[in-house]
Ligand binder design. Structure first.
Ligand SMILES: Cc1ncc(COP(=O)(O)O)c(C=O)c1O
Length: 388
């Protein structure tokens, strides 16, 4: 495996089979709206063990679709974690809803169910969707959120953009792939994610009415299904726009790549878990390094360590000098200037997320990393802390 000279935090792994699959589409009749969309959706549904998957042009579009399908509208509220990519909260704004946040649990780095419950009790307008994020691929316990959603008449939407290929044990004691438990689950296929289609995303659901709304939303709100027509069927060309949708389609080219990548998803995740194990071993006992929470079923999209805040930038620079470029996930959403200015958020509102962010550093984590690469990163970190 040849590497770029620098070790970044994430990277796709495209092989000759992937390239052949894409070339076959380019030589064929359908570049978009062809048979591979449904094939990719079926393959994902089978892999996840769910009734329906609807693919989208990105993870952000998938979240937008899920919020639309959940019936969110102007003035509704969406409860999520501040430790996420801006897109989780932005997608709520797209449908006119207001995102509200509850802090993370430092033990999981995911939305804290107790704080989420408290937030629901104190929020004046009704929260219509609860959106926990499986941050870094961590399979947080979803049962408290299922109960909370049911008790509050809210829809549970998991942002699992980090977590495809992960699994969790549910309250019945069954181990299910992430994507099975929530009312809807959003995934991303951006190149740094566990599989890629270039850009792309998907929503998984076991609820048929959500699946249909997602399909309509993805393609202009237009239907060709006779059973859904309001007007007289005028001829074979007849179609009807029933709701306001978007062009959020995923092309045949993307779906061919996705189908090919999906075959290797389990091996990718397995390698991510090995790499996490190696980091844990090599970094154990390094003073100043707080390792991310471990769990069976973790999908390890990221390996975010936390170091003392004053060491983060010097450590970043020390690693950069060794051709290693970590990344920071995430500046909490409520501290982004847009959210501060629009909603009046300030430092101190969600202290756990803020404290994690202050020292967070995501180390290189992708399946084509070699053991030597991982040792190179760990040695850089050890070296830094031994010399301060
Ligand atoms: C937690 C989370 N949600 C949503 C998204 C949006 O996905 P995409 O980049 O495919 O639009 C991302 C992507 O980085 C993400 O990490």
């Amino acid at each position: 495996m040849t590497h770029p000279s620098s070790l970044s935090y994430g990277r796709q792994w495209v092989n000759d089979d992937d390239i052949a699959a894409v070339c076959e589409v380019l030589r064929g009749d359908w570049l978009t709206q062809g048979p591979l969309v449904e094939r990719f959706e079926q393959a994902l549904a089978e892999y996840l063990g769910v009734g329906h998957v609807v693919v989208f042009a990105s993870g952000t579009a998938a979240l937008h679709g899920a919020f639309y399908a959940a019936g969110l509208k102007h003035g509704d509220r969406v409860l999520t974690s501040p430790l996420t990519f801006a897109a989780t909260a932005n997608a709520a704004l797209y449908v006119g809803a207001d995102p509200v946040f509850a802090d993370i649990d430092y033990g999981t780095l995911c939305l804290d169910p107790l704080k989420a419950d408290r937030k629901l009790a104190e929020t004046p307008r009704v929260v219509k969707a609860i959106v926990p994020v499986s941050y870094a691929g961590y399979p947080f316990d979803i049962t408290p959120f299922m109960i909370m959603a049911r008790e509050n008449g809210a829809i549970l939407i998991e942002d699992a953009c980090h977590a495809i290929g992960g699994s969790r044990e549910n309250f019945r004691g069954d181990v299910k792939k992430i994507g099975f438990d929530a009312d809807m689950t959003a995934f991303s296929f951006h190149p740094v994610k566990n599989i890629t289609t270039g850009e792309g995303g998907a929503v998984a659901t076991n609820i048929s009415r959500f699946a249909r709304r997602l399909q309509l939303f993805r393609s202009h709100g237009i239907t060709r299904n006779h059973a859904e027509f309001k007007d007289v069927h005028a001829g074979p060309w007849h179609s009807e726009m029933r709701v306001l949708g978007y062009n959020y389609r995923l092309s045949e080219i993307h779906c061919a790549l996705g189908l090919s990548q999906l075959k290797r998803l389990d091996s990718f995740v397995e390698r991510r878990r090995e790499i996490a194990g190696l980091y844990r071993q090599l970094l154990s006992g390094v003073r100043g390094v707080y390792q991310p929470p471990a769990a069976t079923g973790h999908a390890y999209h990221l390996f975010p360590i936390r170091v003392p805040a004053e060491d983060r930038l010097p450590l970043f620079n020390h690693l950069a000098a060794r051709d290693i470029t970590p990344q920071v996930h995430y500046r909490p959403v409520h501290l982004q200037p847009y959210y501060r200015e629009r909603f009046g958020y300030k430092t101190g509102d969600f202290p756990e997320a803020e404290s994690f962010y202050d020292g967070a550093l995501s180390l290189p984590m992708y399946p084509s990393l070699t053991d030597e690469d991982v040792e190179h990163v760990a040695t850089g970190i050890r070296e830094y802390f031994e010399n301060i």
